[in-house]
Design a protein around this ligand. Structure first.
Ligand SMILES: *Cc1c(COP(=O)(O)O)cnc(C)c1O
Length: 409
């Protein structure tokens, strides 16, 4: 079914979309060859499209004839990326956006109205929390938060909403930076029992490792900036789901409000998808090895990685997500000073908050990505001063170990 080596776990064919296989879809879906006979997908660098006649223009604008009008509405390179990603996630429809945040905003604008409520996991990407708390509240949309992996907390928060104002459940799994997970099959059932939709930010796993729609989620959002690109070049995003919610409601927001993806960025992501599975499996393998090695270091108090048996939701690996993923976090003894010493001693790893790159990155969450939280909020979220996050890339694993060993010794 997949082109992986025998040591890689299979991609479960949860939704029966196994033929053609994942790797084939990642390389072949979405390209309609033009009469020039190009082999690689072309970049349609054009803002508008021309019509054969005034009557054809009228028919396109009137919606009687399908076809391109303007690249804020549709663009062939962008469409190829949308179709390919939707085929990988197993969704009916995909729409591309200017960034991951634009994808989340478009979902909210497309599906919510004043008076509605979002129920979200407490551990979310910082800008997502900011969007919900600072901006959506201005339009009468409230967000409440629950601990990601506590299914009974999600359920009871919904029971405390008898008027059923909660329209969306929103989560990332695994979470950043502690790699906590939630059982998506169960969370989808809870959402649907209460008349809400489950939206999953699938940034950390990508469809190569986890396909939330097949597990019952309604909508997947992506920051394509991360693993879909895979080499840290472009900012972009996407939403995948069904024809009505995503193809009409979310798409309607994008074509009107305008945070659409540029053809060049779409092309970079399109090419990124071709190597996605190989990268995700190789980077996961490297992360698993590094997690194991970190466990053995006396200076390391704790390692957070889904692939380790001691991870609280380890049982979900293999069922819900194919591997432990490529991101891990670890706590060093000695707090901030010790953590900064490890980070500053590296010569190879990139000190940056970005992730999803073939270049390994290292971050101190407490003073960067999670620096806006109060010390109490950080303590509650388990993000200590000694915590370090590593998003593992494709360098030689021995070199990554040697680089981290410098500051751990
Ligand atoms: C980076 C990121 C986003 C936002 O994506 P941008 O492309 O930076 O707008 C959203 N969710 C997660 C989990 C991310 O890592």
């Amino acid at each position: 079914m997949t082109s992986t080596t025998p040591t890689d776990p299979p991609l479960d064919d949860w939704d029966g979309t196994g033929s053609p296989g994942f790797a084939t879809r990642a390389i072949r879906v979405g390209h309609r060859r033009t009469e020039e006979g190009e082999h690689s997908e072309p970049i349609f660098a054009t803002s508008s499209f021309v019509f054969a006649s005034a009557a054809e223009a009228a028919a396109r604008f009137g919606g009687e004839q399908a076809g391109n009008i303007y690249s804020r509405f549709t663009n062939p390179t962008v469409r190829a990326f949308e179709e390919r990603l939707a085929a990988l996630e197993g969704g009916e429809c995909g729409v591309a956006t200017a960034s991951g945040m634009a994808a989340i905003l478009a979902v909210c604008l497309g599906l919510l109205k004043s008076g509605d409520r979002i129920l979200a996991a407490r551990s979310l990407f910082g800008s997502t929390t900011m969007l919900f708390d600072k901006y959506l509240t201005r339009f009468g949309i409230q967000t409440d938060y629950v601990p990601l992996s506590d299914l009974s907390a999600w359920e009871s928060a919904l029971e405390r909403d008898p008027e059923r104002r909660t329209r969306l459940l929103f989560c990332e799994t695994p979470s950043n930076p502690l790699t906590e997970m939630v059982d998506l099959r169960e969370l989808a059932k809870i959402a649907h029992r209460h008349g809400a939709l489950l939206v999953v930010d699938n940034c950390f796993c990508t469809p190569a490792l986890q396909r939330p729609l097949a597990l019952g989620a309604d909508i997947v959002v992506h920051s394509a900036t991360k693993y879909l690109d895979g080499q840290g070049r472009c900012v972009g995003g996407a939403v995948v789901g069904d024809r009505k919610q995503v193809g009409e409601e979310v798409y309607g927001v994008l074509r009107t409000a305008g945070p659409t993806l540029s053809p060049f960025n779409a092309w970079v992501f399109l090419k990124g998808l071709e190597t996605l599975e190989l990268r995700m499996l190789a980077q996961s393998r490297a992360a698993a090895g590094l997690a194991q090695w970190l466990l053995e270091q006396p200076a390391v108090a704790r390692v957070h990685y889904p692939g380790l048996a001691e991870h609280p939701q380890h049982a979900l690996v293999g069922h819900q997500q194919r591997t432990g993923g490529a991101i891990l976090a670890f706590e060093v003894r000695g707090g901030r000073e010790a953590a900064w010493r490890v980070i500053d001693a590296t010569q190879l790893l990139s000190i940056t908050a970005n992730l999803g790159d073939v270049k390994t990155t290292i971050t101190h969450p407490a003073t960067t990505t999670h620096g806006r939280l109060t010390p109490e909020q950080r303590a509650e979220s388990g993000i200590g001063e000694g915590l370090i996050r590593v998003a593992v890339g494709l360098e030689d694993p021995a070199d990554l170990q040697a680089d981290l060993a410098r500051g751990l010794g």
